[in-house]
Design a protein around this ligand. Sequence first.
Ligand SMILES: [Zn+2]
Length: 420
Amino acid sequence: MREDWHDAISRVDMDRLWQRHVEMARIGAIAGNGVNRPAFSKEDIEARKLLLGWARVRNFGVAMDAIGNLFIRRPGTDPDAAPVMSGSHMDTQPRGGRFDGIYGVLAALEALEAIDRAGVKTRRPIELVAWSNEEGGRFQPCTMGSAVYTGAKALEDFLSATDNDGIVLRDALGQTLAATPGLGERALAAPAAPAAAYLEAHIEQGPRLEREHKTIGVVTGIQGLRWFNVEVFGESAHAGTTPVGARKDALREAIAAIDALRDLTQDPSDTTRFTVGRMLVTPNSPNSVASHVLFSVDIRHPDLATIDRLGKGVEPTVRRAVGRCTVKVTPTLHDDPCAFDSMVIDCVERAANALGIPNLRMPSGASHDAMYMSRVCPTGMIFVPCERGISHNEAENAAPEDLVSGARALTSVLLELAGS
Ligand SMILES: [Zn+2]
């Protein structure tokens, strides 16, 4: 390996990387060591400002686009070259942990910082991106920032999304853009060529690396996913006086529909993932029969034919399961399985091997912004282990030694992709 690249990789600093995780975890800290940092919230704004502060110390260029994606750039020697991008997201689940998303942002910052401290010149710019609203915990759907950036979805499609408190995305996004004046002006990328390549580091969010005693997952692709909102319409009635047989009970029938969906997605090999994680009940009172229930459906599978069949089965299954109520099924997200670029996959594997980091090739069970980026440029991901595979949970944990190994591999690959 080139001497100056070696120097840059050796400057990737475990303590600095860890301390930045600690500082970020204070923003939106919740009981049990967790983090609640919803997209476009005051905590999100605070996290953005902290990140921008670190970037400005090193005089990196900063920019933000109309959906609030944040960009931190170290220029290359070729002014016309498209950047190599790397990053992830800073928002969390309502009861999220200290590593999901933020690790990919801080690892990319660490790579930029180490390369900068070593004074390495790269031909292409290297650009950190912190994508807006990856989690979809507050505003649905998820992976909004990368969907808009890559042209897969239009910004306008998302502006009227509403959170559980009735706050409209347009307003929350407006506040986020206004909080960092002068940054919200970067045009959305033309879908044609937003980047030369994209590489995202992330905790695995599953148990495989830990079980197999590997430090890096060389990610080969992402399984497909279908999301729906299912609404069941019944009739509110008095819990004490209305005969059970005369009710249109939206909650009971929603539960019957969920049971039927569980049967639809039954899989002896345990490959299919089926989740109902969100339910809104109206009027949500102990002594009223529910008049309306909205619940989410999330189904995932790595095989295109299977995810297609399951997705198409949702509406008829729900309709068969309800009795006296009426239903409405709205698809909210439709992502086919994606395969990452073989050049990037090979590059990650080579870097891990050259650095002596135990690794294995694996698909991603979770969705990531890399899915949208893979449609517009050569893309890959680096996974690092998280304790017992626990994620989307306050107890999410990762070891500083593993985080820094991932950041070193990331730095190595970014240097190779950015060229000299
Ligand atoms: Zn994530």
